[in-house]
Design a protein around this ligand. Structure first.
Ligand code: IUR
Length: 448
């Protein structure tokens, strides 16, 4: 691209940002269009990303970036009368919330075209979890998504090639240039994709804590504020719920084991913290969609759909619509079933024992997730394959009194000796102490 009176060259745009000037919406458009059309060199993209990382962006610049990214590909449109909703989580350990939430919302009359991702670093991906179910197909065309929304009300799918192509390019270069952790770049990436889904309302589960992207509440709040501002300005009613991410969510971490726990939640028998997250996040979405709901009544409505089997029915229909045989879907969703009749079970299950008497004060979700990742539950190199059967069942609860010698975790692993090098890290993940030091905390801290 050459300079003329009002069009700056890419090096000039990079220099502007590098030197701390604000980019205009038109200049941001030039940059994003250059990214999408591949008329800007990767080195120039990297330099611009680093300039943004260093100089930050104003709300106005962030909005322009998000809008231009959103418009870099197809954007979805739905019938006016639909309540089209979605949830995004910034990534956790044992985070299977989407699995019960999407069908519970569908049971309340919402349409949920949930576009989910794969595991990132130590965090698991919703698509990887669902692929533990034989036949489940996460690749659905936009026409198929529309049909599933008509017939069932919810689907959980991967991103299509045509949605926000600029993000794919930018994300890969962010990863290669240490610019992932920039507030405007994270905001542009997340909100552009949600904006392109044509949503009426979006709830963001912004996590903070040891096993989260942001370790403390203050920095998570800044991210939440940036996401909420950009979402609302793009015309999507957006709210962020700030939630604690230290110990794993629920009692399982891994792919197949998390599907089992999500199914238990859909049968009204899930662990309290998982059910709390599902109902509260759903409650906020219902509150944003309809004047008939408040957060409180919406939360109760979602809880009802988990208890009365309507969410489970939707999940069963979604499984069938996304390629699972009717027989497997029915069996997984029946109240008395052996889940591992249908999903593969790891060759070995090893239980680790508690080393002291006392109360469970903490379970380090990050340490546990990192070990499971190394055992094959996640990808280290892109050419690796995930082993869906690798995972952990945590057999104790926070605050519970335990005795030395009692089993506290069951690890599902592939070979006789792959676990031994990780045993001491796993044992350190369980913190036992005096019950007086235990403080029960809700997962949900606040919302914006
Ligand atoms: N998820 C996204 O979709 N984009 C990001 O930048 C991050 C997580 I970090």
């Amino acid at each position: 691209m050459s300079s003329n009176d009002n069009t700056k060259s890419f090096p000039e745009l990079i220099k502007l940002k590098r030197d701390g000037d604000q980019l205009s919406p038109a200049e941001i458009r030039t940059f994003v269009q250059g990214v999408t059309s591949q008329t800007i060199q990767k080195s120039q993209i990297g330099a611009m990303l680093m300039a943004i990382w260093q100089q930050n962006m104003t709300d106005e610049e962030t909005l322009a970036l998000t809008r231009e990214m959103m418009n870099s590909g197809d954007t979805l449109k739905w019938p006016e009368e639909w309540w089209v909703v979605d949830k995004h989580s910034t990534g956790g350990v044992g985070d299977k919330v989407s699995l019960p939430l999407a069908p519970a919302l569908a049971a309340c009359g919402c349409k949920v075209p949930m576009i989910s991702g794969r595991g990132l670093a130590h965090t698991g991906g919703t698509l990887d979890k669902l692929e533990s179910i034989p036949g489940f197909n996460v690749s659905q065309s936009i026409q198929q998504v529309e049909k599933i929304l008509q017939d069932v009300g919810c689907c959980i799918v991967g991103q299509t090639e045509s949605l926000v192509p600029a993000d794919r390019v930018l994300y890969a270069i962010r990863d290669a240039t240490s610019t992932v952790d920039s507030l405007p770049l994270i905001t542009g990436s997340i909100i552009s994709k949600k904006g392109a889904e044509g949503l009426s309302a979006l709830v963001l589960d912004v996590k903070f804590g040891r096993a989260a992207l942001y370790k403390d509440l203050d920095s998570a709040r800044k991210l939440a504020q940036s996401l909420v501002t950009a979402g609302n300005k793009l015309g999507v009613k957006t709210r962020a719920v700030l939630t604690r991410m230290d110990a794993p969510i629920g009692q399982t971490v891994g792919n197949a084991v998390e599907v089992c726990e999500a199914l238990e939640c859909l049968k009204g028998r899930g662990p309290d913290d998982l059910t709390e997250l599902v109902t509260i996040l759903g409650g906020h979405l219902l509150d944003m969609c309809s004047p008939d709901f408040t957060v409180e009544s919406g939360t109760k409505e979602i809880a009802l759909k988990l208890k009365n089997g309507e969410a489970l029915e939707k999940f069963q229909a979604m499984l069938e619509a996304q390629g699972v045989s009717a027989e497997v879907a029915r069996s997984l969703c029946s109240y008395e079933t052996d889940y591992f009749q249908h999903m593969s079970r790891a060759a070995h299950q090893t239980e680790l024992k508690v080393l002291d008497d006392g109360a469970v004060l903490d379970i380090d979700g990050l340490a546990l997730a990192e070990v499971l990742h190394k055992l094959g539950a996640g990808l280290t190199k892109s050419e690796d394959k995930i082993d869906h059967s690798v995972g952990a069942e945590i057999l104790v609860k926070m605050g519970q009194q335990v005795q030395k010698g009692e089993s506290w975790i069951r690890i599902h692993h592939k070979s006789q000796d792959d676990l031994s090098v990780h045993q001491s890290v796993l044992q350190k993940a369980l913190v036992i102490g005096n019950i007086r030091e235990y403080k029960a905390l809700s997962r949900v801290a606040e919302f914006i």
